[in-house]
Design a protein around this ligand. Sequence first.
Ligand code: GLA
Length: 381
Amino acid sequence: MTLQGKVRAAFKAAFGAPPAFIVRAPGRVNLIGEHTDYNDGFVFPMAIDRAAWIALRPRNDKRVLALSLDMDDRREYKLDDLRRPRQNQWIDYLIGVAWALQERGYTLRGWEGVVAGDVPIGSGLSSSAALELAAARAFHAVSGFQWDAAAIALACQAAENNWLGVNCGIMDQMISAAGVKERALLIDCRSLETDSAPLPPGTAVVILDTDTRRGLVDSAYNERRAQCEAAARHFGVSALRDIDLPTFERRASELDSLTRSRARHVITENARTLRARDAMDAGDADSLGQLMIESHISLRDDFAVSSPALDAIVDCANADGACYGARMTGAGFGGCAVALVDAAEAAGFVERVTACYTAATGIQPALYITRASAGAEMVHP
Ligand code: GLA
């Protein structure tokens, strides 16, 4: 059964009637533009065909009552009495989104519903953003406020930053809010303007999950952000987005070597992301793949956010004849890589890279051929 069918059936079993609404919001994979979002730069992700789903109906009071099929858990809370999270529970995402929307002046109505998802948790494919945007879509369905993808993404980011305490940029929420079916989305993380482009003809995107996670991601992430901010301060700009490559090269020696490497990654990555746009427009898979390869090297050597497992899977992918280019994706230190491959060869690529990575590391990876899906939406119940 599809997840849509599952949440519908579970809703009927729990509440005795079919749901009034079903909403979904996708996870994401970033093709290029890594660690650029919090530098006001450019990112180029796509929403994937894995998502968080909620089947629901409105309530006439200020209560939210939710059942999680994945967690086998039932929680409720009151919109006029929100409690700060104590531990990272799934319901905290639903509470945090309500908090952020109310903080911004949205009037929310209560609802009851069933939640389920198939974005793997903690693998760097933005299962939390998917849950946040699905919650926002649920509130939108019952409360009837205007859906402005950028405004809602900012509210969900605020939920993540200030309610859950995770210091992320805007990419994950923005792509989950504004993804476009069959297209990748170039996002200007300063203006939040978006522009979509199809993948080069005859190519497919494969997600390569190394099945490794590192606990220190948060502290390393915050450290990278601080280093980027220090570099921007040194150059007298509000964000590294404002420094172009010639200016950087002229003044790079003013920075200490660590800050210089971090800034070089961000500045070259922004340039690569804009060039990726040109490659996509031209349908040029070779150039796009080459930019992805360069992105990985920069993330590994200058930004130092790769890991032995990510390097191993990227090397296996790049050595394969069907691959145009592969790189780590997301925050790094474990999690997933992404590859652009020849669509006709995708199944063989998955088999060969699985064998190569397992031989190199002894770990069984999970590889998925994925398609670009639409962003958060209401679907027919
Ligand atoms: C995580 C964050 C994003 C972004 C990426 C790195 O996924 O949530 O905001 O910073 O890392 O590109």
